[in-house]
Design a protein around this ligand. Structure first.
Ligand SMILES: NC(=O)c1ccc[n+]([C@@H]2O[C@H](COP(=O)([O-])OP(=O)(O)OC[C@H]3O[C@@H](n4cnc5c(N)ncnc54)[C@H](O)[C@@H]3O)[C@@H](O)[C@H]2O)c1
Length: 357
């Protein structure tokens, strides 16, 4: 069978001069694990990053990937079957739209979607109109503590779900994962309204995008479940989720990994203490990890149809909650969805105050 030709934009560096996590390596490991892909082309404005990437992933007997510094030239000359976009957030929208226009069959783009709600909506619309499966890397959906937490919830371990809490550094770069997980735990129920607040004191840039210093978001979902996300300084937990039900609580801790403690615990009806929950085989993402599981799922949908677990539509629903929280802060009131703004209310508030971060 002819292998799919993969083109990667934004290779990253893992050596001196690194600027981030070099997510492209994780993306390629996912394609390689399928055994159905060939690394056809790499693009990076830093040619040395692309060349180091090609050298690290070289396979004996395989042609070396073509290396480009201009992603538009790569897309038009190579026309990859699948495109991965691993650049910083402000470049995602233009690159997704260009990949769609080049005829790519499927696209895997890193999260968060884009720095404004308008850009996020438009790029997802372009892919959807062209019928191109597009995913964003909300890979927690394939990680075992989250899957096990949802399994326990569905098995009734805490009764009826009432509230989903998230704690993390910011609403945007990390919060995109937790807003996505709220939909995951809550069986993809749509959100109806958001009320929130953001504090620009301590605002920073993460992968080039502005984030608040402290934030709070309360979300009302269609089934009556509520979400609560608390971010930034002075939050009571670092990166964690709590699922509160009528009969108990489930907690998932990201920061517990490596600390020796199992990152998932449950206190159900009548439990005097917390029970640590170990993963079951069905919770695991498979031998190559969550990004590889997401990649295999994307390629399955490319060939067989269906909605990928990390679909753009789901990514957009999480993103709407980010920008709706900012808009609630700007407008000093509850925001009923769908959100009608086009900009980033956070960036607009920062500009109004003459804040340069
Ligand atoms: N899913 C996750 O858990 C997770 C974790 C970390 C980062 N991320 C996200 O991944 C994205 C990429 O982050 P990273 O840490 O891999 O970044 P990185 O800095 O390691 O790599 C980005 C690469 O893009 C290149 N680049 C910049 N402009 C370019 C252009 N115009 N054309 C081609 N290449 C260009 C840079 O030279 C660099 O090599 C960010 O949006 C970030 O938020 C996601």
């Amino acid at each position: 069978m002819e292998r799919l030709r993969v083109g990667i934009i934004g290779c990253g560096s893992r050596g001196a001069g690194r600027t981030g996590a070099a997510r492209a390596h994780e993306h390629w490991r996912g394609y390689a694990a399928t055994g159905r892909c060939r690394l056809a082309a790499l693009t990076d404005i830093r040619r040395d990053n692309a060349e180091a990437f090609a050298a690290e992933h070289a396979v004996d007997g395989e042609p070396a990937p073509a290396v480009y510094e201009d992603y538009r030239a790569m897309l038009s000359e190579q026309r990859p079957d699948v495109v991965s976009i691993c650049t910083w957030t402000g470049l995602h929208a233009e690159m997704v739209e260009a990949a769609v226009a080049s005829g790519a069959g499927a696209i895997h783009c890193e999260k968060p979607l884009a720095p404004t709600w308008g850009e996020a909506r438009r790029m997802v619309a372009r892919a959807s109109e062209a019928g191109v499966p597009l995913i964003f890397t909300h890979q927690r959906r394939f990680e075992w503590p989250f899957r096990a937490a949802r399994r326990l919830l569905r098995d009734g371990a805490i009764g009826r779900l009432v509230r989903i809490e998230g704690y993390c550094a910011n609403l945007f770069d990390w919060g995109t994962h937790w807003f996505d997980m709220m939909h995951f735990y809550n069986d993809e129920q749509p959100a109806r309204w958001v009320i929130g607040q953001v504090d620009l004191q301590g605002a920073a840039r993460v992968f080039g995008a502005l984030v608040e210093g402290q934030g709070l978001s309360v979300i009302g979902f269609a089934n009556g479940v509520q979400g609560l996300l608390q971010t930034g300084r002075d939050r009571p937990f670092s990166e964690a989720n709590r699922l509160i039900g009528t009969d108990g609580v489930i907690e998932v801790y990201m920061d517990a990994e490596g600390g020796g403690r199992i990152p998932l615990r449950l206190r159900g009806r009548g439990d005097a203490t917390w029970q640590e929950v170990a993963p079951q085989p069905q919770d695991q993402p498979g031998p190559h990890g969550p990004v590889a599981a997401a990649t295999a799922d994307l390629l399955h949908c490319l060939e067989q149809g269906g909605e990928p677990e990390l679909s753009a539509a789901r990514g957009l629903r999480a993103t709407e909650l980010i920008f709706a929280t900012y808009e609630s802060s700007r407008g000093r009131g509850r925001v009923d969805l769908p959100l009608s703004v086009d900009d980033s209310p956070l960036a607009a508030m920062a500009a109004d105050r003459g804040l340069s971060v």
